[in-house]
Ligand binder design. Structure first.
Ligand SMILES: Nc1ncnc2c1ncn2[C@@H]1O[C@H](COP(=O)(O)OP(=O)(O)OP(=O)(O)O)[C@@H](O)[C@H]1O
Ligand SMILES: [Mg+2]
Length: 339
């Protein structure tokens, strides 16, 4: 039962919306200049969030204590069929609270890497630790799945009930919470994703964007330390994407949750703390968006295209109108042009 109580402690954290226990930043310098997470002035459909900031409670933008890692992957290799490797020696460290975007062309191994993070595929070679849990230890699979929640491209594959409230409460129940507490955690998670009061709705009567946020709530209700989103916005419209991104931003701001977001959306990747580029089962770059997303040869080698701001900047540069490092976000581009 000890495990159940530990799990429930995590559920309570969500229901009570308490600050992250991991948030150990100094609150002095920035306490009265908390970063604006939302950008309501931006037009609907554009990304209206500033995701490069972290903890709105303390106003800091650090990514955890120096050297601390919540995900530590060393030389991961994987093959679904003998002799056909899809991961080839992937090593990746992620700091607590960090927002990492993982990009790469189709078949480069992003989903396979994500599946390793909560033991959806067995560890064949290498070492992987998530929130201090050895992903290769079969006895700790459930612990790992509570610590690392995943939201996939098609939310309907994750539904376990036709009622929104029951579906979202499934995680906490599964991890040992009582009925009432699981319902409380579900309601808190639904509110956190902007679906307060949806408990009695039919899952199938929700829009795709609402279903995706409900899937996110289903994961958040268990209070994960690491949230992995695998192309979670690719099936929804720009407004739905904004809503989902906003919900993830709020979760990071309130709990310091670490986010790994697999995406083909370079505008979203531009707002990450770090961008990881995968190609043919390898990590070929892992650096700040400014370093990765303005590097056209690197991106093209990985079957990718730079974000809009970089493409506009390149066009202006060719005409001699601008020079210097390209901004990677539209906001950065506007600032650079208006200077
Ligand atoms: N269950 C599976 N069985 C066999 N091969 C698989 C399986 N899942 C993925 N693969 C293969 O592994 C390789 C990597 O797939 P993966 O889904 O990890 O790539 P990805 O980067 O997520 O691609 P995408 O951008 O299309 O989602 C691909 O060649 C794919 O065909
Ligand atoms: Mg994939």
């Amino acid at each position: 039962m000890r495990e159940g109580r530990d799990n429930w402690a995590s559920v309570r954290r969500v229901a009570g919306r308490r600050p992250s226990a991991r948030c150990t930043h100094s609150h002095e310098a920035e306490s009265d200049t908390a970063p604006a997470i939302f950008r309501p002035e931006a037009p609907a459909g554009s990304l209206r969030l500033e995701l490069s900031t972290l903890c709105q409670l303390c106003g800091c933008a650090g990514v955890g204590r120096t050297g601390e890692k919540i995900v530590e992957a060393r030389d991961l290799a994987h093959a679904y069929a003998p002799g056909r490797p899809v991961l080839r020696g992937v090593s990746l460290d992620v700091a607590p609270g960090e927002f990492v975007a993982v990009v790469g062309e189709n078949g480069s191994g992003k989903t396979t890497l994500a599946r390793h993070l909560n033991a959806l595929v067995p560890l064949q070679a290498g070492v992987l630790t998530v929130a201090g849990i050895d992903a290769g230890d079969p006895a700790r699979v459930w612990e790992l799945r509570r610590a690392c929640g995943m939201v996939f491209q098609s939310p309907e594959n994750q539904f376990v009930s036709t009622l929104v409230g029951e579906d979202v409460a499934f995680g906490p129940l599964n991890f040992g919470a009582g009925e009432k507490d699981a319902r409380l955690a579900a309601s808190a998670a639904l509110a956190a994703v902007g679906l307060a009061g949806f408990e009695r709705r039919d899952v199938h009567a929700l829009s795709g964007g609402q279903q995706q946020r409900m899937a996110l709530a289903g994961v958040l209700a268990s209070g994960p330390d690491v949230l992995v989103l695998d192309e979670a916005t690719s099936m929804i419209d720009p407004q739905g994407r904004d809503d989902l991104v906003r919900a993830v931003a709020r979760e990071r701001a309130e709990r310091g949750t670490t986010v790994l977001w697999i995406t083909h959306d370079m505008e979203l990747a531009a707002r990450a703390d770090r961008v990881v580029v995968m190609r043919a089962g390898e990590v070929v770059a892992a650096a700040a968006p400014e370093e990765v997303l303005a590097n056209r040869p690197l991106l093209e080698g990985a079957g990718l295209e730079p974000p809009l701001a970089v493409r506009v900047w390149e066009g202006l540069e060719r005409r001699g109108a601008v020079s210097g490092p390209a901004p990677v976000t539209v906001e950065g581009l506007v600032s650079a042009l208006c200077e």
